[in-house]
Design a binder for this molecule. Structure first.
Ligand code: XIL
Length: 332
């Protein structure tokens, strides 16, 4: 019997995974057993996004999100909420009025409040942290010039971010409220998020955490850049979490883990090991490290950005522990 990952990092941070409700449809099956054994935090991969929870205005659908929350509750696993306000996976009706014109700011905020009240309210006391806003920084190149030019921004400017945090805080004052984004190791983007958080703090907006998605590659960013990424936010006095960790690694021809080059597996294992050393260094602020997926079969990287086999996680497509897993439980 192999060691439980969550116990290995028990003194450091919560150790989590994102999954889809169908992965644990059989609550006693091998997938569910893997989750129960290794993880003490779960994130719904899609089930709590706006298009899943309120596809039609005022009609809320929670069946799939409930499956994950109930499973977690029954097994003593904490749940992270993902995500309230995003430019993606959000139905179009949110942004338009009944005449098909862009919604007014008032209408947009009314819809936002109703959505957040309903979703956050439903899981009040059951979700310990929420990604209130996701990916609100302009992706651009390495030099973001400001907030993403989403429909949220076009209609309401920066105020949409303030309102989202205020509504979420009102709906569950105990949930820790996060701003979440990717490529937070890019220095310009990082600085922009830092400044945004400062502005929000100065206005008394309850932003309480910064989430680093951390979708990374086998060669970049460097370990130093990841260290700098976490160090950069330390003096804001808020929590940090690694919210969507995976390490893309693939070849053009490998068909299974067995045929995947050993050399790349070892490289991945060593890199994961070094990265977790950095995470441990920041454990006083870093409250959770969450993988975006639990195994290499269910990873989103097998369909994004294109269909191809990928081995980004700690367990392979047969749920077997990889070298990357062993590098974390037995760093010697
Ligand atoms: C991804 C899901 O894993 C996919 O199933 C879905 O098709 C697209 O979204 N950043 C995020 C997550 O914040 O919500 C995304 O999840 C991955 C990138």
């Amino acid at each position: 019997d192999i060691p439980n990952l969550k116990d290995v990092f028990a003194d450091d941070f919560l150790l989590g995974a994102a999954l889809l409700a169908n992965e644990i449809a059989d609550v006693e099956g091998p997938d569910a057993q893997l989750v129960k054994k290794h993880f003490n935090s779960l994130t719904a991969g899609n089930e709590m996004k706006w298009d899943a929870t309120e596809p039609v205005e005022g009609q809320f659908t929670f069946a799939n999100a409930d499956k994950i929350v109930d499973f977690a509750e029954e097994n003593g696993i904490a749940v992270r909420g993902h995500t309230l306000i995003w430019h993606s996976q959000t139905p179009n009706w949110v942004f338009y009025d009944e005449n098909g014109n862009l919604a007014s700011k008032e209408l947009l905020f009314a819809r936002m409040k109703s959505h957040i009240d309903e979703v956050v309210g439903r899981y009040k006391g059951k979700i310990y942290a929420w990604d209130v806003v996701n990916e609100v920084i302009e992706p651009g190149d390495r030099k973001p010039n400001g907030l993403r030019n989403s429909l949220w921004y076009q209609i309401a400017g920066e105020e949409f971010i303030e309102k989202a945090f205020e509504y979420a805080h009102a709906a569950d004052p105990d949930a820790v409220l996060y701003i979440n984004d990717y490529n937070t190791h890019f220095t310009d983007k990082r600085q922009f998020i830092y400044d945004l958080i400062k502005r929000l703090q100065d206005k008394g907006i309850p932003v309480q955490g910064v989430g680093h998605q951390t979708h990374i590659g086998i060669a970049s960013p460097s370990i130093q850049e990841l260290d700098d990424m976490l160090a950069a936010f330390r003096d804001l006095g808020i929590e940090q979490q690694v919210t969507e960790l995976d390490m893309s690694v693939y070849t053009n021809d490998a068909e299974s883990y067995e045929s995947f080059p050993l050399e790349l597996q070892i490289k991945q294992a060593k890199r994961y090991q070094a990265i977790f050393e950095v995470f441990k260094k920041h454990a006083d602020q870093l409250t959770a490290v969450i993988f975006w997926g639990k195994d290499d079969l269910n990873t989103w990287l097998r369909t994004f950005p294109v269909d191809r086999n990928n081995w980004p996680l700690l367990f392979d497509e047969r749920l077997q522990a990889k070298y990357a897993y062993w590098a974390l439980v037995d760093p010697s």
